[in-house]
Design a protein. Sequence first.
Lengths: 341, 341
Amino acid sequence: MTHRRPTMNDVARAAGVSLKTVSRVVNGELTVDPALAARVRAAIGSLNYRRHLGASMLRRKDRRTGTIGLLVEDVGNPFSAALHRAVEDEARARGVHVLAGSLDEDPDRERDLVRAFARRHADGLILAPAGPDQGYLAADLPPDVPVVFVQRPATGFAGDCVLARDAAGAVRAVRHLIAYGHRRIAFLGGRADAATTGERRRGYLSAVDAAGLRPFMIDGLRGSQAAEAVTRNLFRRPRPPTALFTGRNLITIGAVRALRLLDRHRDAALVGFDDFPLADLLEPAVTVIAQDPAEMGRAAARALLERIDGETAEPREISIATTLIPRGSGELRPQVRATGS
Amino acid sequence: MTHRRPTMNDVARAAGVSLKTVSRVVNGELTVDPALAARVRAAIGSLNYRRHLGASMLRRKDRRTGTIGLLVEDVGNPFSAALHRAVEDEARARGVHVLAGSLDEDPDRERDLVRAFARRHADGLILAPAGPDQGYLAADLPPDVPVVFVQRPATGFAGDCVLARDAAGAVRAVRHLIAYGHRRIAFLGGRADAATTGERRRGYLSAVDAAGLRPFMIDGLRGSQAAEAVTRNLFRRPRPPTALFTGRNLITIGAVRALRLLDRHRDAALVGFDDFPLADLLEPAVTVIAQDPAEMGRAAARALLERIDGETAEPREISIATTLIPRGSGELRPQVRATGS
DNA sequence: GTGAAAGCGCTAACAG
DNA sequence: CTGTTAGCGCTTTCAC
């Protein structure tokens, strides 16, 4: 005998009341005689009854599943993980649970996961876009499922959007290096098609330009190893930069490794975009433009939950400030006088 | 007009076939005339029909939701995040999705989340126990929902269990330090009630004992800051240890901070349990006993998915090896001759 | 091959 | 306050 899960009917029979009365008790309606309610509760307890959410949702007008989907680059990386955690906390305060998935910068995977979460009736989605276009959302998602974008803006679909002030942060970084006397500042950026790289690059360019310096950019870097290799080559050139501005934390770490290996970590300056754990314990400690992933997660979750609750205002763009954290590597002065041209 | 989601009935009407034929097509049954099937598929496309999973699951014999729950200490910490990622990959290969939640070492939260995931019909759970007893699972979880435990063993409930060889790793660490000449080796451990701390402490004790040394333990440390404070006090004592064995990565990091501050990082030896990002870039680089969270996640996911597929063998205990990674901090020799008593 | 009817576990609408 | 009836969207059973 397959121990069948008890149903409301079983409870009703056990308590000697009608099905509907059980339903009322389970749903916390107050229009039930306390004595009956008590009997029902006793029956629920002894049968170990649990309401079947799926069946309940099927009939209910208000079809919420109490679940939101979170699609980030990689649930395993520190930035995404911190964001995830903030989303979870914000959601939990409202009794909402989080389905999370990693995109790995793969547009196909983005679309697959969106579909999968839609099928599972997520009430809404928080998405860090991997692909260049989110137009597919209109077709793949029921019209009443809101999406909030984080980290990168979306194309082709309207939704609230939570972004770091990337360009402003990059400007800040470059100005900081200039203030410390640097004139040959190289930018090492991530994938060219990532919107964040674009913004950071734009910030770099405008700051370098404004100071009358010559830009020097390498982008399309995919990981820590690529960044390490590129940095090593960079310092083999006749007139290497005196300072590096790195566009992502993995790139920063690659650059740190390379500078170590070249024994240039005590003279080549470095400012990295994104903070990372233990940046303060390296020697020199790494100066960064810190984003605030937790704040981004909170803002995104709040925006999404409001939308789910029926907020219908125009999509907003929420921008989260970045902070320059001077720790040492960004305050090294150039060893060799830069000649500027 | 509320754009009602199209149902199978709508599709059937549009295609001029019966509801059941649509169901057959949607479920990939082969006993449908190709011409009809094509018409049905066309209708599905033009109406943008998606099957309602909840309704489908309700009637189906095989009530799978294709979702598993993952309950870890904190989705935001590197260990849990790496484990999460491995679970996700393993699950995704089977079309299964992952609901994740953080427990924060809180037993109540553990139970709440288990209930919540059970209500959402997770097909199974991977749980890193926070509380001392998992007996509640028998009542809170339907009998056919398997649980696989990771990181810590469970009490009061039978399930596969994926553990690191904690005690063996601790023995290894202590022997390593002894081999480098240390005789005053302190152990800094985490919460006393955590099973992992117990195992690591046990390993420490047995290795210290075997070498005829005097154990010196501080445990119950909750975080990086506590570890930092304790370490600082430790080195203010008349005869401080010459080596530290730290029982968790947060504790290791706290100890590193303290040693830095005291300027003892170049002479006091340190081996930490758990690897952590950038451990190799610190000065000195930190020697660790590395667990393999990804392998643990994979093993747990595989075990769970097998159980979900009906595997009914006795619960297994899967133990995952740890590795000593010598990087420098664990190979420092004692500065002051230890007198041993 | 195909379809009509029944019903999964629950809630909505309406009577009593 | 309580119960009855219908039906959510789908799969099952069993006729055709």
